[in-house]
Design a protein around this ligand. Structure first.
Ligand code: SF4
Length: 445
């Protein structure tokens, strides 16, 4: 991916990075007693408002997203209303959740270490475990998988494994800049000034990190994306700009001041493209293809060449006890054979400007927030929260591109086609009580 494509996404945020560096966010936001913001158990996090010890009304960032996008979807899914989720999620739609689970486990071991380090082995194990659990749940509900469904699961397994491996190679040098303070932190905090209304704000930090050089803290937020390219570049649909423009970063930054002694300066987003890089393609005349269409990165290519070298050593019959230095020699000759392909990949310069780093597979963007923005986020949270908790809130559909991945499309279509009477039966048969706050369906950003 060329620089200008990613730069196009980032241009409009340049002002923000310029203006915010060095700004202090703090003080009046650190007002709540720690007992109200202790790390929650899953049950506490999921507790519906009426069961809350505070008798509160919980405003969740994902719920708010649904509320702003489509009131009908929100009405079916929100814990403030029907609190439903699909009983079974189709394979492509649960992928993002499995990746998040794997990333969380991959970073757990390094909490408190000198610098962050992604444990690939643990992440791969967690990814497989998550899928296994989900497939088991699906089989319990629908019976054994069809052959094509098994193939889809295999595809997802291979894609996830390749993405996580590629991520570990890409993130390794970047992670050395940060210290991991915590992963997967679910929080629920009262909205200041509205305690008597019982309004609380809930969310989940994928990670909490410290920039070793500056001592600044950031909330780490992962997003899976269909593509890193933006619409402006003429590529496939990509809504990374929308995520960066959204209020999540300001709202989470404000919440970090309620949860941690040292609040975050903002959110460090890491976008991951749902795509696997190509393996090196050997040519009959020797060497490797240097076609410009190859999807890869230098780090991945070098890793793949090492794997090829290991295979060659094993098939040479010297696998058990190869002579000292043999693997290094084979690897060096593969690197030499791939010099042309590697130079093509190097020409696709990766974007790097401070902490903004990206290629066609991954993009890291820090969103620093200043006090004015936190005030704005707080006002929006309270305003939307009051509307969401009002019994007078009207429910109506708002159709658009987002309907393509709406998990309530079937009952919604029934209403559109005049079969409203069948909706309760569908909701009863294909949906159950909501058991999570984070969306199992990761939007195709
Ligand atoms: S399909 Fe579209 S209009 Fe219908 S509930 Fe879902 S998001 Fe709303």
């Amino acid at each position: 991916m060329t620089n200008y494509r990613i730069q196009a996404i980032l241009d409009r945020y340049e002002w923000e990075r310029r203006n915010i560096i060095g700004s202090a966010i703090r003080d009046e936001y650190q007002v709540l007693a720690p007992t109200t913001v202790a790390r929650l158990t899953n049950e506490e996090y999921l507790a519906p408002p009426t069961d809350s010890p505070l008798g509160s009304k919980v405003i969740h960032i994902t719920d708010m997203g649904d509320f702003c996008t489509c009131k009908r979807k929100w009405n079916w899914s929100s814990m403030l209303r029907c609190g439903l989720q699909p009983s079974v999620t189709p394979v492509p739609l649960f992928f993002g959740s499995a990746i998040h689970f794997a990333l969380d486990h991959g970073y757990r071991d390094c909490i408190g270490d000198e610098h962050a380090h992604f444990n690939l082995k643990r992440a791969l194990g967690a990814f497989k475990l998550w899928l296994k659990g989900h497939i088991k749940k699906t089989i319990e509900y629908t019976g054994p998988l069809w052959e094509f469904e098994k193939e889809k699961v295999d595809k997802v397994l291979n894609l996830g494994a390749a993405m996580l491996r590629h991520y570990s190679l890409w993130a390794e040098p970047l992670d050395k800049l940060f210290r991991m303070i915590g992963t997967e932190y679910k929080f629920r905090v009262p909205l200041p000034g509205f305690e008597r209304h019982g309004l609380e704000y809930a969310g989940r930090f994928d990670g909490y990190i410290e920039d070793i050089a500056s001592g600044n803290r950031y909330i780490l937020e992962f997003k899976t994306a269909k593509s890193i390219r933006s619409r402006r570049s003429g590529g496939r649909s990509s809504n990374i700009a929308g995520v960066l423009r959204g209020m999540q970063s300001a709202a989470y930054t404000w919440a970090s001041g309620q949860v941690y002694d040292q609040p975050a300066q903002g959110v460090l987003y890491r976008f991951m493209c749902k795509d696997a890089p190509d393996m090196p393609k050997p040519l009959q005349r020797g060497g490797y293809s240097r076609a410009k269409t190859i999807k890869s990165s230098v780090a991945w290519f070098r890793w793949a060449l090492k794997e090829i070298a290991v295979d060659k050593v094993i098939t040479s019959g010297e696998g058990d006890a190869p002579p000292p230095g043999m693997l290094d020699a084979v690897y060096a000759s593969e690197l030499e054979a791939a010099a042309g392909a590697l130079s093509v990949l190097r020409q696709r310069q990766e974007l790097q400007a401070g902490l903004v780093i990206g290629n066609e597979f991954f993009l890291q963007v820090p969103m620093r927030k200043k006090r004015l923005q936190l005030d704005g986020a707080l006002t929006a949270l309270v305003g939307e929260g009051k509307r969401m908790t009002s019994p007078d809130q009207v429910v109506y559909p708002t159709s658009g591109f987002h309907c393509n991945w709406c998990s309530f499309k079937t009952p919604c279509d029934l209403i559109a086609y005049g079969h409203e009477d069948q909706v309760p039966a569908i909701l009863d048969a294909a949906y159950g009580p909501r058991t999570y706050w984070e969306p199992e369906v990761q939007d195709e950003y």
